[in-house]
Design a protein around this ligand. Structure first.
Ligand SMILES: NC(=O)C[C@H](N)C(=O)O
Length: 330
């Protein structure tokens, strides 16, 4: 029998109605009571590491979760993390960078409705997640609504529906149908020889979403406070450069100060290509770092993680542009 560690962090799956609306309250061991049939094929231990709405997630908590997994890595065959959906894709990206070359699965799941409710998706998601954590594969995954998504490729696209998550610009890894795992793209998740753990991270990253007419001087504020900036530009990617709305000189000031500036797109599907338009090529010359087809979540967390490894701009750029298990494709 496989030995699984389930780490609970809160989220809707573990929530109940409180005085001010839904709030995490159900303990890890109680969550397990709802899915007791899994005990027929694996043995599970639980640990309550946090009990938060995932809106309250922060990088320090990613480190806490990752370090708990590292501490217990050789004692279990797989790991399941129950988590709120709102920032689940950030956590799955963070764990993907902190825990690399895994030879065991780390599976994150949650629910749109509390596990105690009659029409909950929590029971199915938790059973599916535990089922996938018993597979002979390595990596970090989101399992939700019967789909297995690579940890760096998940994004929450729906606030209410059970199919809250999609795999962005990348195939689903597998589907779970009536308890069976049906692989769709299993080749990237073969087990590695030796895991590589690195939990250093900087939270000094800012995400700036462009809107038409954005004032360049917002960048002065960012320059004084952050080590990295992600600019969510439009479409295929570009930076406005006309007249008093020209952002490029201010971006150059940031880069000259050693701040890593990444440009991505607000459009969720099909990725960015800064070489396509003049607005993009001018940005590349500033120079900014392109995020290609990464999700917003992966780009933000990878920059935080790269800045945890080095403060030297060229090195940060090199780390950011080194693919980690298909987190982006040129
Ligand atoms: N469905 C959910 O889990 C949403 C909740 N607010 C959370 O992210 O913790």
């Amino acid at each position: 029998m496989k030995k699984i560690l389930m780490i609970a962090t809160g989220g809707t799956i573990a929530s109940a109605k409180g005085k001010e609306g839904l709030t995490p309250s159900v303990a890890a061991s109680t969550l397990l009571d709802y899915v007791s049939e899994v005990k027929s094929y694996c043995s599970i231990e639980t640990f309550q590491i946090l009990n938060i709405d995932s809106t309250n997630m922060k990088p320090e908590y990613w480190v806490k979760i990752a370090e708990y997994i590292i501490k217990n890595y050789y004692n279990y065959d797989g790991f399941v993390i129950t988590h709120g959906t709102d920032t689940m894709a950030y956590t799955s990206a963070a764990l993907s960078y902190m825990l690399q070359n895994l030879n065991k699965p780390v599976v994150i799941t949650g629910a749109q409705k509390p596990i105690s409710e009659k029409d909950t998706d929590g029971v199915k998601n938790l059973i599916d997640a535990i089922r996938f954590s018993c597979e002979d594969v390595g990596g970090v995954f989101v399992v939700f609504d019967g789909k297995v998504i690579l940890g760096t490729r998940a994004t929450k696209l729906r606030t209410r529906s059970y199919n809250a998550f999609e795999s962005i610009n990348y195939p689903y890894i597998a589907f779970i149908k009536d308890g069976d795992v049906v692989y769709n793209k299993g080749d990237v998740i073969k087990k590695s020889e030796k895991p590589n753990f690195n939990t250093s991270i900087s939270s000094k990253v800012f995400l700036l979403k462009l809107i038409p007419g954005i004032e360049p001087d917002i960048l002065d504020f960012i320059k004084d406070r952050y080590e990295g900036l992600i600019i969510e530009s439009y479409g295929s990617g570009g930076i406005p450069f006309e007249d008093d709305k020209n952002l490029l000189p201010k971006i150059k000031e940031l880069v000259d100060k050693g701040i890593a500036v990444v440009v991505t797109t607000q459009v969720i599907l099909e990725g960015s290509d800064l070489s396509l338009y003049e607005v993009g090529q001018k940005a590349l010359k500033t120079p900014v770092i392109p995020a290609f087809d990464m999700t917003r979540e992966a780009a933000v967390v990878k920059l935080m993680w790269a800045l945890g490894q080095s403060k030297e701009l060229n090195k940060v750029k090199e780390i950011f542009l080194t693919p980690v298990k298909d987190d982006f494709i040129y």
